[in-house]
Design a protein around this ligand. Structure first.
Ligand SMILES: [Zn+2]
Length: 193
């Protein structure tokens, strides 16, 4: 039984290896690289096994980047939807987020108006107006409190959203870095210059 031998260059160090044609996996005697011998109809060449593993790693890194990009887009969209839903629109179409200024301004004006009503009712002895004034003061207080609570909740949600976004962006940046460095980790023939 004759053994057909063939010559193949090690993909890792470039050394010429003489191998049995029937062999599929071989370890380079010069650099110890694990090689897969590929028998194409046109040529026989070697492929380092590390490369196969690294290509898989690269694909996984790519998927990770895509997944993180999608998550980032999703939470940004969700936040934008929420923001628009809880905000009011001013006459010129700009969005006014729930804040403290609105409820405070409302509270001041409404209270002044109601105190004035109460004083007027008292001095003119029109008791209904005086009672309406007192009720108005209480109502203004409740409405103002409600507005302030909403503003606080909104600020809390924004903080949570920003924290989540910062975390995702950090993960995305490191996943992108891993992806960029992938080709450099690949052991190949060092290119001659
Ligand atoms: Zn080698």
């Amino acid at each position: 039984m004759s053994i057909k031998v063939t010559k193949v260059a090690c993909q890792s160090c470039g050394a010429n290896l003489t191998i049995d044609e029937s062999i599929r996996f071989v370890t380079c005697g010069y650099c110890s690289a694990q090689l897969e011998i590929v028998h194409d109809p046109s040529a026989v060449y070697s492929k380092t096994l590390d490369d196969v593993v690294k290509r898989q790693d690269a694909v996984e890194d790519e998927l990770r980047v895509l997944r993180l990009e999608k998550s980032l887009q999703r939470i940004e969209q969700e936040w934008e939807n929420f923001r628009i839903r809880v905000s009011s629109k001013s006459e010129n179409g700009t969005i006014v987020e729930p804040g403290k200024a609105g409820p405070i301004l409302f509270g001041i004006f409404a209270t002044i108006l109601c105190v004035f009503l109460f004083g007027f009712g008292l001095s003119e002895r029109i008791w209904l107006i005086a009672i309406l004034g007192v009720a108005g003061i209480a109502l203004s207080y409740l409405i103002t409190q409600h507005g302030l609570r909403r503003a606080k909740e909104f600020a809390h949600m924004r903080t949570r959203y920003l924290q989540k976004r910062t975390k995702l962006k950090g993960e995305l940046a490191s996943a992108e870095r891993a992806l960029r460095f992938q080709p450099m980790k690949r052991s190949g023939k060092p290119s001659k210059r």
